[in-house]
Design a protein around this ligand. Structure first.
Ligand code: URA
Length: 434
């Protein structure tokens, strides 16, 4: 077999066999297929696509390229959740303790973030002492004892995807449905969960800008799950504005705590209820979505979801008093108001620009080596459909280093699209694919 023939075949729109896909991915992992051939291969896939079976083969090859976690020592049906990425998305911090309180074991490995704000692991590190590295045995033991553990991705999970993703990033081949679907699902399959709930974002701040493309991506991922025997449900949710009000690491922990206490922003609460209810049904802790939602609401109301977060923090050596008293989380030295320059109604808030503004303040990483500032970020005071008068506060910057505040402010003002006529609330969940 030769890489050039396989690239040629895909370039001409033909269907590749399992052996051909394995040859490319294994060869790339081992170094016998060079970057330039894999780049051409990715570009051929970008233009010609892949059918469901090819995409499943590609996914499994990448999943097999490194460690595959066996979660069988953990009792019960393990349900994982993954978001395709959005600004202000702190759902894992709410969902993990909430669904654990309702009986679904959560053994979740999360990443650090590159860009916008940190990942779940960075956010958790704003809680003093919180340990994100646990041995496999300690991880399993904790989930069996308290139903939940959140740790950093350790070991060697999907190295082929890691290499390919870095190459796609610099060859304009990120936004390809089979490539995104196989990348996401290879990591989920290697991480070992029995069932998977996906939050596929749609809108200006998402990989997929249109609902049609988002549904195609969701369907591709659900098909992979079905093909490999992991039940998968995808929720298509809005990313035409950031989720919730707070963006930044400690700030997002604070908003997650508020939500677990039943006083979080309605969009974050509602999305967590939708994602969580599907996790409960897949985990066989509820027979219907309505029953699942009622159970989750009860765990918020009686304080057990919030208590579970405290237990999680305590079990991983974090300072649980910070959860009880979020004013003890890291706070920035200064707050700066960002004011509207004109009047109208908020039609959309360019999520990506808000993410970049947060990164400029230090909440995210510009390069892998950047240090993030856990305290800084943005508090959005106006959301879609809100009326705005010139001079109203659109957002409050939480800053430690004022040198980039004016650039961040300018980006935020530009990110707000105002309409002269009243704007209707958009749906938060557009579709569910299963
Ligand atoms: N997230 C991933 O993990 N992979 C992609 O290709 C895109 C988003």
């Amino acid at each position: 077999m030769r890489a050039v023939d396989i690239i040629h075949k895909k370039r001409d729109g033909e269907v590749l066999s399992q052996e051909e896909i394995a040859f490319m991915i294994q060869g790339y992992s081992e170094g016998s297929v060079p970057d330039y051939q894999i780049s051409a291969f990715a570009m051929a896939i970008y233009f010609k696509g892949m059918n469901a079976q090819e995409t499943a083969h590609l996914t499994l090859e990448m999943a097999k390229s490194g460690d595959q976690i066996d979660l069988s020592p953990i009792h019960g049906i393990k349900v994982d959740k993954h978001s395709t990425g959005g600004v202000g998305d702190k759902t894992t911090l709410v969902l993990a303790p909430m669904v654990a309180a309702a009986g679904v074991p959560v053994a979740k490995m999360s990443g650090r973030g590159l860009g916008h704000t940190g990942g779940t692991i960075d956010k958790l590190e704003s809680i003093a002492g919180f340990q994100v590295e646990l041995s496999r045995e300690a991880f399993f033991k904790q989930v069996n004892e308290i139903g939940v553990s959140l740790i950093g991705q350790s070991g060697n999970i999907t190295p082929a995807d890691k290499k390919l993703y870095a190459l796609r990033d610099v060859t304009a081949t990120v936004d390809s449905i089979p490539l995104i679907a196989s990348s996401v699902m290879s990591k989920k399959i290697a991480a070992g969960a029995d069932a998977i709930v996906l939050d596929v974002k749609t809108g200006s701040g998402a990989f997929m800008k249109t609902l049609d493309d988002s549904i195609l991506l969701a369907q591709a991922m659900v098909d992979i799950g079905t093909e490999v025997g992991r039940q998968t449900v995808a929720i298509i949710s809005d990313m035409d504005q950031p989720l919730g009000h707070l963006i930044g690491n400690a700030l997002e922990v604070e908003e997650a705590i508020d939500t677990l206490r039943g006083r979080g922003p309605s969009d974050l609460h509602d999305l967590c209820m939708t994602l969580g209810s599907h996790m409960l049904v897949l985990g066989e802790q509820a027979g219907t979505i309505d029953e699942a939602k009622a159970k989750l609401e009860a765990h918020i109301q009686d304080g057990s979801a919030f208590e579970r977060l405290k237990q999680l923090v305590q079990a991983q050596q974090g300072d649980a008093d910070m959860i009880e008293h979020p004013e003890r989380l890291p706070h920035a030295a200064k707050k700066i108001e960002v004011k509207a320059e004109s009047s109208g109604y908020v039609a959309a808030i360019e999520a990506e620009s808000i993410g970049i503004a947060a990164m400029l303040l230090g909440a995210g990483r510009e390069t892998k080596e950047s240090q993030i500032d856990l305290a800084v970020g943005i508090d959005l005071r106006k959301k879609v459909a809100d009326p705005v008068q010139a001079g109203d506060v659109l957002a409050i910057l939480h800053v430690n280093d004022e040198s980039r505040a004016s650039e961040a402010s300018a980006r935020i003002v530009k990110a707000y699209q105002l309409s002269s006529s009243a704007v209707e609330q958009k749906p938060l969940v557009y579709a569910i694919v299963s």
